[in-house]
Design a protein. Structure first.
Length: 369
């Protein structure tokens, strides 16, 4: 089935190229469907469910639009650079019972560590890792906890770094684990011996250790604080620099992604804050007296010449990130309050004009507005 998904993907890729050459038109997921009808019927029918064919075309159109390209890379089903297996599915195309998942006429055994029987299964996919192991990725419906406006005492600012993975605005620091560096000698030895399975196993171990550490850290932060403010450090840009290995080993992007959805689940606020100037600005008085530029990178502690406050470089940045994050949340709450007040005024005016004959107050979001 993963090979047939690659076939559908590559067909959409080629079709998009031909249509663009003739008409200069980019196809949507819906536009692909007339060309794919009948692909699951007849003597040469695909073994994929029709919903999986539709989802593959829609995912192709979404990815092409996201990357702003006319075509994407081809998916390869064989060879040394083959694409890892991937089979998407839509809502209501799988069902779970007794530790197994039913999909495309097959019962597939699942190591269910989350208790899927307690949730309503939604859309998702099956995916393969580099060692040939298959995973079920599925979204489920869960109730969201109510969220209230946070204050400074229940919020935390986080400055991401390399020596310390995270400096927190309350003065604590989280040391950066050396997931890749610790196993680099063993990895180099396996690569020199051309032991491909061993190399894949070591890479998987590095990724699993990093993922486990980040999951535990982000879960603790999301449950402890009502608001989490994180700097928007550009990991993609730093990967092209001299510290590429350390940046990739830290996993900043993965940490921010985990914090975002775990804060939603815990009923906390997540804010991504622009961190420009947070190192230089004094978190006590706001004066621009801190170290800056490449020469200032080696300065880890400094004293504000304006107010005399002694600062740790990273913790000061985390406190500035917290202040900016709370300011962003305050603006959002103010805008929401003004919108609600305006909505109430419009409803009252509509009720007065209608005189109560044949009309009631306008409902927020209705077509009458």
């Amino acid at each position: 089935m993963a090979g047939e998904v690659n076939l559908v993907w590559n067909y959409c890729n080629e079709l998009q190229m031909r249509v663009f050459e003739r008409e200069r038109k980019l196809l949507s997921g819906f536009d692909f469907w007339p060309y794919l009808k009948g692909s699951t019927r007849g003597d040469c029918a695909l073994h994929l469910p029709v919903q999986a064919v539709q989802e593959t075309a829609e995912r192709y159109a979404t990815n092409r639009s996201t990357h702003k390209r006319v075509r994407l890379a081809w998916r390869k089903s064989g060879g040394s650079r083959r694409s890892l297996g991937w089979v998407p599915f839509k809502v209501r195309t799988i069902k779970y019972a007794h530790g197994q998942v039913y999909f495309a006429g097959r019962w597939l055994s699942v190591w269910d560590s989350w208790g899927l029987g307690d949730y309503e299964l939604r859309a998702g996919s099956f995916s393969e890792d580099a060692r040939g192991r298959w995973y079920l990725n599925v979204s489920v419906r869960v109730p969201l906890a109510p969220r209230a406006a946070p204050d400074a005492r229940s919020a935390i600012g986080i400055d991401l770094g390399l020596k310390d993975l995270a400096a927190l605005s309350d003065g604590d620091k989280v040391a950066a684990e050396r997931f890749y560096r610790d196993l680099q000698p063993a990895l180099a030895s396996a690569q020199r011996a051309d032991k491909k399975k061993r190399v894949a196993a070591i890479h998987a171990k590095i990724a699993n250790r990093r993922r486990d550490f980040l999951h535990k850290l982000t879960t603790a932060l999301a449950r402890r604080y009502a608001a989490v403010c994180v700097g928007d450090v550009d990991a993609a840009a730093l990967v092209r620099g001299p510290h590429a290995k350390s940046v990739m080993d830290a996993g900043w992007s993965a940490m921010r992604t985990m914090l975002r959805y775990k804060c939603d689940d815990a009923g906390a606020w997540f804010v991504k804050v622009p961190e420009a100037g947070t190192t230089r600005n004094c978190s006590s008085c706001g004066a621009h007296t801190g170290p800056q530029g490449e020469l200032g990178l080696s300065i880890r502690e400094w004293k504000c010449s304006a107010c005399g406050t002694h600062h740790d470089r990273d913790i000061n940045a985390a406190r500035n990130i917290l202040a900016r994050g709370l300011a962003i949340l305050e603006q959002q709450f103010s805008a929401a309050g003004e919108a609600k007040a305006g909505e109430a005024a419009m409803n009252e005016l509509a009720t007065h004009v209608a005189g109560g004959v044949g009309h009631g107050p306008l409902v927020a979001g209705s077509s009458a507005l």
